[in-house]
Design a protein around this ligand. Structure first.
Ligand SMILES: C[S@@+](CC[C@H](N)C(=O)[O-])C[C@H]1O[C@@H](n2cnc3c(N)ncnc32)[C@H](O)[C@@H]1O
Length: 312
């Protein structure tokens, strides 16, 4: 080989390495979690503000029985549908928040990409990944869940989580369409968790004793969020199914999350009785008659039909 060829090859290699080094580590799926460069001014949306200023408040909520139950029940429901061998599989957690579920997936062997629009949330997720010793299986992406097509190739993920995100985005259908495209063929699993409109009716009546609000919630598209004192989108069963269908997704299974635990009388200690409450909630959440009025609805879905091509 001539000296000229050697020189050309070396120059080319150096160029490739240089370009790769310019890509933030968070943009490379499967790259170990190292550091992330954030664009703090990504949005002026007030929803985004609450998760930027209130990340620690949200993390604290996940430590109390209500928050833990939502996480633990949703994860237990999901686990029923996960394949046995997960070591080579890729998962994406949309609106990952503190990364609690992403870390659990990484502990199962998944390569996990955590995406969130809030830098403070991603900081919490980074800490959680390091503390759990799974940082090498976790990558971070700071961005808008409505822009998935600009971040990831079609068919990149075997599993996508979309838990308590659709309540806060402008266009839930756009997010789900992007998720459907990012799912690897029809075997890919999408887990969606949303605030259930019917649950808000019971909450207003049984927790607040507010009969006017209970009646209003029968048809309201927006509910009150107690953590930040703002509004949150509600999902009725029909509207959720219609969005899924518009996004070319089909329902594999449906579960209710937190059917009765929000209404237990004070004599039942949520901490001391956590395991029993969890087990009872698991049973209730599987039965459609109880799931219909749960605080949250979890949908396990997959890409519908064979019309959608990976190159879409
Ligand atoms: C209620 S938290 C849910 C966090 C986590 N999925 C969970 O179940 O605990 C909503 C998360 O979605 C993020 N988020 C809101 N809008 C977003 C958007 N358009 N793109 C990406 N993340 C978003 C927030 O920053 C926040 O971390």
């Amino acid at each position: 080989m001539s000296v000229e060829n050697d020189f050309l090859q070396t120059t080319l290699l150096l160029c490739i390495l240089l370009v790769y080094a310019q890509v933030p580590s968070s943009d490379r799926i499967g790259e170990p979690l190292v550091s992330v460069a954030y664009e703090y001014k990504m949005t002026t949306n007030p929803d985004a503000q609450r998760f930027q200023k209130g990340a620690d408040k949200y993390a604290a909520y996940l430590e109390i029985p209500e928050g833990r139950l939502r996480l633990d029940l949703a994860f237990a429901n999901l686990q029923e549908f996960l394949p046995q061998a997960t070591g080579s599989l890729h998962a994406l957690d949309l609106g990952c928040g503190t990364g609690a579920l992403g870390v659990r997936l990484a502990q199962l062997g998944f390569h996990v990409t955590l995406l969130d629009s809030s830098p403070p949330m991603l900081d919490l997720a980074t800490r959680a990944a390091h503390e759990a010793g799974v940082a090498e299986r976790i990558a971070l992406k700071h961005g808008d869940a409505a822009q998935l097509a600009t971040f990831f190739d079609a068919g990149s993920f075997n599993l996508i989580l979309c838990h308590n995100l659709l309540e806060y985005v402008d266009d839930p259908c756009a997010v789900l369409s992007g998720a459907a495209r990012a799912l690897r063929d029809r075997s890919g699993i999408l887990s969606i968790l949303v605030r259930n409109q019917a649950g808000e009716v019971l909450k207003a009546a049984l927790v607040s004793g507010d009969l006017t609000a209970a009646e209003c919630n029968l048809t309201s598209e927006w509910g009150d969020e107690s953590l930040y004192g703002s509004k949150v989108r509600l999902f009725a069963a029909e509207s959720l199914h219609s969005i899924l269908s518009s996004a070319s997704l089909a329902v594999t299974a449906e579960r209710g999350v937190r059917v009765m635990s929000d209404y237990l009388p004070p004599k039942v200690s949520r901490n001391d009785e956590y395991e029993r409450i969890f087990e009872l909630e698991r049973k209730l959440g599987r039965r459609p008659e109880f799931a219909a009025v749960a605080r949250y609805t979890q949908c396990l879905a997959h890409r519908a039909g064979s019309g959608m091509k990976d190159s879409a």
